[in-house]
Design a protein around this ligand. Sequence first.
Ligand code: ADQ
Length: 491
Amino acid sequence: RSILHSELRGEDIIVVSNREPYIHQRIDGRIEVQRPASGLVTALEPIMRACSGTWIAHGSGTADREVVDRFDRVAVPPETPAYQIRRVWLSKEEEKGYYYGFSNEGLWPLCHIAHVRPTFRTSDWTQYVAVNRKFAKAVVSESRTKNPIVLVQDYHFALLPKMIREVLPDATIITFWHIPWPNPESFAICPWRDEVLEGMLGSSILGFHTQFHCNNFVDTVDRFIEARVDRESFTVSYGGKLTAVRRYPISIEWPPAPEMVQKPVPDCRSNIRQLHKLPAEHKLGVGVDRLDYTKGITERFHAIERLLELNPEWVGRFTFVQIAAPTRSGIEEYQHHESQVRDMAMRINSRFDSNLPPPIVLKVEHHEPREVYEYFRAADLCFVSSLHDGMNLVAKEFVAARDDDRGVLILSQFTGAARELPEALIVNPYDADQCAAALHLALTMPADEQRDRMRLMRGLVAEFNVFRWAGRMLLDAAAMRRRSRLLDKNG
Ligand code: ADQ
């Protein structure tokens, strides 16, 4: 952190993300400030605090006139202001086309290949272009210099790098794509494929979680646009500008904030069991996800059903608590998915003896991070069964929560995290029998094997924590800037 501080002191740093790091909104007549639970905010906030930069984001929450006027620009964090939020307000039509439409009905399913067909509407695309332009204007007006460092976050802003580059040719633009990048054939169906690629190639550095996603991106560029791809240095040269394509696996804060792990594990175990009226020695599994079809929640439930069919000794002795945060509920596919998940939990529970504790407890609600950690600390196993996931922070959070070196992680092979945590029980979520076998193995795993696996995973998360993720990107950017200053000076 101190290296970052000295490298970046005095630099003009701007972050752009759809989601804001703090939400100011009126609740019962009073303005309240909330901090949304978001890995992205955790990752970038220490940098913003250190560099006093500007964070540009979509102003969400209930924005009445007073909120818009007073909090268009505001210094945060509220208790010790260190950097600025600059909000971009969107109309209902803009939000519908840019956020729900092209971002989440187009690019999200396109990049995840979770067998949900992407929907591409010209009207959504038009709003996506307009909103990217709106954010580009905000970046230009917020930059104090001609060569700011701009950190562009995610698939909501594929066009932004090029738009910024047109006005600020010397900016250092680091774009991080938090979701997977598919193979060229899959990406090719996007009607605005070339525009998206050209937009992203406005970046100086383009980051993905895994080398596999970097390879897919470079293959897609190579296939569809007139760019020079250098596979030795992993750079793309397009329109006289060079983009480095790099792997930066995201992570979580380490050590975890003290309040997350304050309550001793035995207390968490007994509290959560009492809360759900389960006997003291009852086995507990946990899943924590946004209620998103890419997270494989129905496949997870299917595996639990298969476990109980194949190993009936677990009926009434094992309960899986699924914490599912509602998400994107304005989109039909998500409403459909939510009812599918609810129906499946009910159907499975009704198959087994109703006098015994149920196999599945489904909680469709957001929880405070501290509550999530309490479940992690109380559980015998955590099951992450994403059908495709850029990284998956839940897997790393479970590991961070287990300072007792106990608990088993079952992890989908289709997450970025699986490449870093091979000591988890790695599964194919589409294979219910294999997942059921992993559940049984987890429930019967001896303590010393749990400890050996957990220690290796904790070592990895401790070393490659979120500060390293952000730090490596920024240090690469700083080196790039030093090099170009040197070249400028020496002609
Ligand atoms: P997400 O798809 O949102 O992130 P993930 O990485 O698992 O997925 O992060 C979810 C975060 O939300 C975690 O911090 C988790 O604890 C929290 N969360 C989930 N459900 C919750 C609930 N019910 N209540 C409270 N908190 C909850 C995207 C990509 C991922 C990538 C991240 C970061 O899809 O692949 O890992 O960005 O780059």
